[in-house]
Structure formats: structure tokens, C-alpha cells
Design a protein. Structure first.
Length: 188
């Protein structure tokens, strides 16, 4: 007789997809602490990390029938956890820059910072912001999405799966977007 704890993730996934609740519980138990630690590294808050873990496993449960058994469960779980963390951070009002940040600012930077910005620096920043805004408006929505997902750290394969387009289409669009950005930035 095989003990369920000795089964591989793949075997547990097969059983769980057939409705075996014990297999699903075992998958959750197996990855609960790992996903909590992973989430905590994004938010550095116990309650928020717990919420993210709960949301992650809810998403896993909801999308379990869509899981491609030829892929590794662990990788799929990490993608869901990462996206859940990023979604959580996007919803937050302020994301601390470092562990020294508080709601009223960063006391170290505030103490050391020179708040007397030179007029030339302000003009340079304003011109750069204007240039970036103009360039961003020239990108197609699909190009902007591919660029954003790549900057979030997703692989081309993950982007392809997320936006439901062929891998080579995603790679080509990304390459064209980078070339377009280089061209547009040098013209402005």
C-alpha cells in the first residue's frame, strides 16, 4: 500500500483532479509554508503574506481543471503566487522603498537628502517625463502589455501562456517594442 505523503506532485495532481480531497490537502500542506515564505519576501508583513497565501490557493483551486499536467505543479503554483503578490502590491497605496520607510517617509533619506533641487535638474526631469509620456502613448496596448510583463520578470513562455498568444509572436513583439523604444527615445 502506497502512503499518500510519498506520492509525487504529479501523482497528487492526477488524484486531486479526479476529486480526491486528501490529495489536494496534501498538495496545499506540502507548499503552504514555502508559498508563505515566498509571499512574505514580497510584502514583509505576516497578515498580508497570510492573505496572499490564502488567495493563491483559492486561485489554484479555481483553476485546477485548467492546469496542464505536462507542466510542473510547483512552477505553476509559483507563477500564481507571484502574480497574486504583484496584484496585492499594485492595490497598496504606498510601497515602501526599504525597511526604513514609514508612512511619513524615510527618516534616513529625509535627513540626508538635499531638498534644494536645482532648477536645471527640475527642467531635465520635466523634459524626461514629457518624453517618456509621449513615447508610451505611441506603443500599442499589446506591445505595452508584453513589455510590462517582461519587466515584471516573466519569461517569454509565461507571457505567451498568460496572454494566450504563440511564443514566437510574443518574442517578436517584444523585440519590435524594444527597437521602437530605442528609436523613439533617440528621436525625442
Amino acid at each position: 500500500m502506497v502512503i499518500m505523503e510519498q506520492l509525487t506532485d504529479k501523482q497528487l495532481v492526477i488524484l486531486a483532479r479526479r476529486g480526491d480531497k486528501k490529495a489536494m490537502e496534501l498538495l496545499v500542506t506540502r507548499y503552504l509554508k514555502i508559498i508563505y515564505n515566498f509571499s512574505f519576501r514580497y510584502v514583509y508583513n505576516v497578515a498580508d503574506a497570510e492573505d496572499i497565501v490564502q488567495e493563491t490557493f483559492i486561485k489554484v483551486w479555481r483553476n485546477f481543471k485548467k492546469f496542464d499536467e505536462s507542466r510542473q505543479f510547483k512552477n505553476w503554483l509559483y507563477v500564481i503566487a507571484k502574480n497574486t503578490c504583484l496584484d496585492f502590491l499594485k492595490k497598496k497605496v504606498a510601497i515602501p522603498f526599504s525597511s526604513f520607510d514609514t508612512e511619513i517617509g524615510n527618516p534616513i533619506i529625509d535627513t540626508l537628502a538635499d531638498h534644494n533641487i536645482l532648477l536645471e535638474d527640475e527642467v531635465d526631469r520635466s523634459l524626461l517625463l514629457t518624453k517618456l509620456t509621449a513615447i508610451k502613448q505611441r506603443l500599442s496596448p499589446k506591445a505595452a502589455e508584453a513589455l510590462s510583463l517582461r519587466l515584471e520578470g516573466l519569461t517569454f513562455r509565461q507571457i505567451s501562456e498568460k496572454i494566450n498568444e504563440p511564443l514566437n509572436t510574443v518574442k517578436g513583439r517584444y523585440r519590435r517594442t524594444i527597437n521602437q523604444l530605442k528609436s523613439l527615445f533617440s528621436k525625442k
